[in-house]
Ligand binder design. Structure first.
Ligand SMILES: [Mg+2]
Length: 223
């Protein structure tokens, strides 16, 4: 008997201080010849597939972008690897300690559910002091257009990896935006948020998650 926790990355586990936006700009310019109006783009809670579709609207269809995403994943991973040391990537308050506490517990299994493409996700996690291997089940932003389609992938992979059929009521998605809450609701799992990211407390409260925490330290104590 174990519960599954699926962590969002940006604003939940860590903050990259702009490395995500800059690596997206470089990768898009390399692959598509433009990054559109990326300086005005709101990334919060969106998958990379959705972000690229919005920034390239009228130039590339969603389907065309989807076909390019496997190689874009490698390209954005290469760019963020090259620049990440120039950004002060920091875990959110208490995040490293919270994850270490949770992964030491036999009744808890861990994964990630993120809008980031997988290569960039790995680079961000390492830069924040997390080992990607601590989150053996994951779903990533190059694998679905809608964030709400990622939980099914993550849960399938968790079942395969851990060899356990987690009941939906024992699965928690922990994020920092209203899109994380909507994603948990769509999947029928527990919706939890922390206030360390990119949304105001009032906006998160209005979206009625099952639980709101100041930091991942409080979340780990609650779990
Ligand atoms: Mg986030």
């Amino acid at each position: 008997m174990t519960r599954l926790i699926l962590f969002d990355i940006d604003g939940t586990l860590l903050l990259t201080q702009g490395a995500g936006r800059e690596s997206t700009r470089r990768a898009m310019t390399e692959v598509f010849g433009t990054a559109g109006d990326i300086d005005a783009h709101h990334f919060s809670g969106k998958t990379d597939w959705q972000t690229l579709s919005e920034l390239l609207e009228g130039q590339h269809t969603r389907e065309d972008i989807g076909a390019i995403l496997p190689s874009y994943n490698e390209t954005v991973g290469r760019h963020i690897s090259a620049i990440i040391s120039g950004f002060a990537v920091t875990p959110t308050p208490g995040a490293l300690e919270a994850v270490n506490q949770l992964r030491a517990r036999p009744d808890i299994s861990l994964g990630v559910l993120t809008g980031n493409a997988s290569r960039a996700a790995e680079v961000k996690l390492r830069a924040g002091g997390f080992d990607p291997a601590w989150f053996p089940a994951g779903a990533f932003g190059h694998e679905a257009f809608h964030r709400n389609d990622l939980p099914e992938l993550a849960i399938q992979r968790a079942r395969a990896h851990y060899g356990y059929d987690f009941p939906l009521s024992d699965i928690i998605i922990i994020g920092d935006t209203i899109m994380d809450i909507a994603c948990a609701r769509a999947a029928g799992v527990v919706a939890a948020v922390v206030l360390t990211g990119f949304e105001t407390p009032a906006a998160l409260e209005a979206a009625q998650p099952d639980a709101i925490f100041e930091t991942l330290s409080e979340f780990a104590a609650w779990v």
